[in-house]
Design a protein around this ligand. Structure first.
Ligand SMILES: *Cc1c(COP(=O)(O)O)cnc(C)c1O
Length: 217
């Protein structure tokens, strides 16, 4: 059975191979280990293997799990990748170095206020509801420009655009669409691609992939 560290090596190699096929520098793609639902015992071997970027979906779970790990490894960067309620903005700003699910102007306001209070300015990705799905997080494609302008006018550094394509369909066209929206608005970062589709995402321009299952199972 491959260890978590072995799986990480295999994923990094597959990421580099996809980047090379696309004529991209593999160093331009970041691996975010999605550790939601995983225990500290499962996470520690990845930290020991050198992994420093971790993604969590829920603020409360991250608060319960990460402070002791971060105290031992202060160079860890936590990424908030789940839908964020405005009333969790203060906790999110204290915990996360990067927030991937900023999808409405009211949330930007809450994060700016929380950042001011905490003296910390996490970078943010604007999440786009790329498949225009009812239930999904993310702003409408037509609203991405306004939301990007709002972030750019704020003290929060803009990390880029983030999206989760609809389940059960070929994700490539959605990745390509997100990349096109990014070009249109002169945005450099693209958080897209998960365990099942990170190669395609990298070939279409992902600069950060969020991988859970393939790392931990
Ligand atoms: C859970 C999750 C992931 C990781 O998905 P896997 O298929 O387990 O790699 C990536 N992004 C978001 C937003 C998630 O919630």
């Amino acid at each position: 059975m491959p260890s978590a560290a072995d799986r990480r090596e295999m994923i990094l190699a597959a990421m580099a191979a996809a980047a090379k096929i696309a004529g991209r520098d593999p160093a331009g793609v970041q691996l975010i280990a999605v550790s939601k639902g995983r225990s500290a015992e499962e996470i520690e071997p990845l930290i020991a293997a050198g992994q420093r970027d971790f993604g969590e979906s829920r603020v409360q779970e991250a608060l319960d799990k990460w402070p002791p790990l971060v105290a031992r490894h202060p160079d860890i960067r936590l990424h908030g990748i789940g839908r964020l309620q405005t009333n969790k903005a203060e906790d999110a700003v204290r915990l996360f170095s990067v927030i991937h699910a900023v999808d409405r102007t009211g949330l930007v306001d809450a994060l700016v206020k929380a950042a001011d209070k905490a003296g910390r300015t996490p970078a943010v990705y604007v999440q786009v509801n790329i498949g225009e799905e009812e239930q999904k997080g993310g702003c409408a494609i037509a609203d991405a420009g306004d939301l990007l302008a709002k972030v750019r006018a704020s003290p929060l550094p803009l990390a880029g655009l983030m999206a989760i394509p609809p389940a059960g369909v070929e994700p490539g066209p959605y990745f390509a669409l997100l990349a096109k929206i990014a070009r249109r608005h002169d945005v450099a970062g693209l958080s897209m691609g998960m365990s099942g589709d990170f190669r395609a995402a990298i070939m279409l321009g992902a600069t950060a992939v969020r991988i859970g299952t393939a790392l931990f199972e």
